[in-house]
Write a protein that binds this ligand. Structure first.
Ligand SMILES: NC(=O)c1ccc[n+]([C@@H]2O[C@H](COP(=O)([O-])OP(=O)(O)OC[C@H]3O[C@@H](n4cnc5c(N)ncnc54)[C@H](OP(=O)(O)O)[C@@H]3O)[C@@H](O)[C@H]2O)c1
Length: 242
């Protein structure tokens, strides 16, 4: 499939889980993909997969809690690839503490920086170019917690994901008149390394019933490859049996 032929994509959290699958899938569909994350070795592993299938990848290592590192990553991608056509704000984290009582202000701030503020900064850097070219797609990977916030996900995590809903809606209001679209992609529970950091990681048997990274990547590809006049602005994808 070459539905993204000639496009440049930037995917955050491309070193693991959903983001890695999205990056590899977008590359297989013809996009050149800038890979953002902190772990250089794991980004290399994603790049190796992309190159092995004949694609083009660029490693843009960055801690997205740091605005200067976000700017450097975007600049590096634009120098190598030209303008970014598709931005996927996927990188995210959770803290072990879930309740208001247990979550420290420092943990709240760290989580907001990574899950929400970084998505705002990436959008702020990339959106003007999309608007001036009258083309572009932004996919904000949120969570079911963006639609139904819950204590199990945690107060900070749920709030950050609801914040992505607002960011997506305002992006659409601001950018749709310029032919630029944004999607809030809300996955349910997925079998990724994120689950290893749960207070009690789920067993393998249960993980097989969850969404797999490729499932979410296939949905992201659908969103990005629809004709420009179509905006899938909100999509929820959940495992059938979990
Ligand atoms: N798995 C689920 O059940 C589930 C469900 C709904 C939504 N989600 C959301 O889906 C997205 C991807 O999650 P996942 O399950 O694929 O998790 P994952 O396997 O743990 O991957 C998280 C990614 O985010 C990156 N990241 C985290 N902190 C970062 C930072 N400070 N700077 C740069 N990159 C950072 C990590 O890269 P480095 O470690 O290399 O920095 C990694 O590539 C997240 O936004 C998550 O909230 C997950």
């Amino acid at each position: 499939m070459s539905t993204l032929q000639g496009k440049s994509a930037l995917v955050t959290g491309a070193s693991s889980g959903f983001g890695q699958a999205i990056a590899v899938t977008f590359a297989a569909a013809g996009a050149q993909v800038a890979l953002v994350g902190r772990d250089d070795a794991r980004l290399q592993a994603t790049a190796v997969q992309i190159i092995a299938q004949g694609g083009r990848a660029l490693i843009c290592a960055a801690d997205i809690a740091d605005e200067a590192q976000i700017q450097a990553a975007v600049e590096k991608a634009q120098v190598a690839f030209g303008p970014i056509d598709i931005l996927v704000n996927n990188a995210g984290m959770n803290v072990t503490q879930r309740s208001i009582a247990d979550t420290s202000v420092e943990q709240w701030r760290q989580l907001m920086d990574v899950n929400l503020t970084a998505a705002f900064i990436f959008t702020k850097l990339v959106l003007p170019g999309m608007v001036s070219r009258a083309a572009g797609t932004i996919i904000n990977v949120a969570s079911g917690a963006a639609l139904h916030p819950h204590l199990a996900g945690g107060v900070a995590y749920s709030t950050s994901k609801m914040g992505m809903d607002s960011l997506t809606q305002v992006t659409n209001e601001e950018a749709n008149p310029h032919n630029v679209r944004a999607c809030l992609l809300c996955p349910g529970v997925g079998n990724t390394p994120l689950l290893d950091r749960r207070p009690k990681p789920p067993p393998q048997e249960l993980r097989q019933k969850m969404l797999q990274p490729q499932d979410v990547a296939d949905v992201a590809l659908l969103v990005a490859s629809m004709p420009p006049h179509v905006n899938i602005d909100l999509i929820s994808v959940r495992p059938t049996h979990v």
